[in-house]
Design a protein around this ligand. Structure first.
Ligand code: SAH
Length: 352
């Protein structure tokens, strides 16, 4: 049986060098091949300055895939652009470009689906299908930029999936996107959002990267958090906060906390006071997110007056707080919803 081909675009520069050295090629060839891999090539044949025999030899062992646009939606209100990409095995993931005054930010997915089971999130409904490779994450940045013509200056890993549940590929992606030979996007322009996998946060801390870590807290106590985030049952709020402190001590980077405001679940005055007590003195930032309603879920966004009161309690306690602006409201831009729609359409096609 023929061995399955490997993803050459996910290799790090030193790995490409060693593959080519093993084939008896000089060092400059490795540099040439790597340069092609960071560009928009469709196959090994596109590597014009590489001898045909070597291209064919690489093609026997590796594949090159270019994602295809399945759907594209552009908000008529604010220009938010959303892509659904088809991957090599027919799976699909979403990417969103958000346009801000300071530049364009791309929101990338890290897995096909998610297994974290958060009660309010569309991405987790069908569970996790598989991890994305590093190049599948990188391609979302590169091909969204190329297709839209919008230069990307910032990346948020806040799309479908839990990045720290795909740790090795995500780290590889971060190195590739940061590479001066590639997109050369600085770590300080990258945010990674996690539901709070403490082992992953510790591992990330050891790498001492200058990216911004966002933790999806969504509740200040175990009773509330257990209800909406199953991950909390194996690691409660206290252990999570200890891990966050350790991360800050190692990296010197303040963590930002996300808090989706859900009507009657986590948005009372008492919740706000507990949250303030939890974060007092940490210098952390809280981003309140008005809940995006997911069709399959009974959870509703908080009433505006409750959101305002919640925010006021945090401010009175000296906590740095902002409310996330809703972008692309006309194209249901929150992640997971477009892929979910396609899954539903596919299953109804199968029924007919
Ligand atoms: N797995 C990562 C990234 C997921 S999405 C994480 O959990 O952080 C990025 C953010 O959007 C997370 O804070 C997530 O909890 C939040 N989110 C998911 N569904 C949402 C919804 N329906 N409304 C508002 N925020 C949501």
């Amino acid at each position: 049986m023929q061995a399955e081909k490997k993803d050459i675009k996910s290799l790090l520069p030193e790995e490409v060098s060693s593959v080519l050295a093993d084939l008896g090629e000089p060092a400059f060839r490795a540099k040439q091949v790597y340069k092609w891999l960071r560009g928009p090539i469709g196959s090994f044949e596109d590597m014009k300055n590489i001898p045909k025999a070597l291209r064919e030899r690489l093609g026997e062992e590796y594949y090159i895939y270019t994602p295809r646009v399945l759907r594209k939606q552009v908000s008529g209100l604010d220009g938010t652009t959303k892509y659904l990409w088809e991957l090599r095995d027919g799976n699909a993931v979403e990417t969103v470009i958000m346009r801000y005054k300071h530049g364009n930010t791309v929101c990338v997915s890290s897995q096909v689906g998610c297994r974290m089971g958060c009660a309010f999130c569309a991405s987790t409904i069908g569970g996790k299908v598989r991890n994305l490779t590093a190049s599948e994450i990188l391609d979302q940045v590169m091909y969204s930029e190329r297709d839209s013509g919008l230069p990307i200056s910032n990346i948020v890993m806040m799309g479908i999936g839990e990045p720290l549940d795909n740790y090795d590929n995500v780290l590889r992606f971060l190195r590739l996107v940061n590479d001066p030979e590639g997109m050369n996007i600085g770590m300080r322009h990258i945010s990674l959002s996690t539901c709070g996998l403490t082992d992953g946060i510790d591992r990330l801390g050891e790498n001492d990267l200058q990216l911004t870590l966002s933790v999806s807290l969504h509740a200040p106590d175990d009773v509330t958090r257990n209800k909406i985030m199953p991950v909390n049952r194996s690691c409660g709020v206290e252990k999570l906060m200890d891990t966050c402190r350790r991360y800050f001590d190692r990296t010197g980077r303040r963590i930002s906390f996300e808090y989706a405001m859900i009507d009657g679940v986590n948005d009372s005055r008492a919740h706000a006071q507990r949250l303030a007590a939890l974060l007092r003195g940490t210098g952390s930032h809280v981003n309140l997110i008005p809940l995006n309603q997911v069709e399959e879920s009974p959870l509703k966004p908080s009433k505006p007056e409750n959101l305002r009161a919640f925010m006021a309690v945090l401010e009175e306690n000296g906590i740095n707080v902002t409310v996330r602006r809703k972008l692309g409201p006309d194209i249901s831009a929150s992640c997971g919803q477009l892929r979910r729609k396609r899954e539903l359409e596919k299953s109804s096609e199968n029924v007919e």
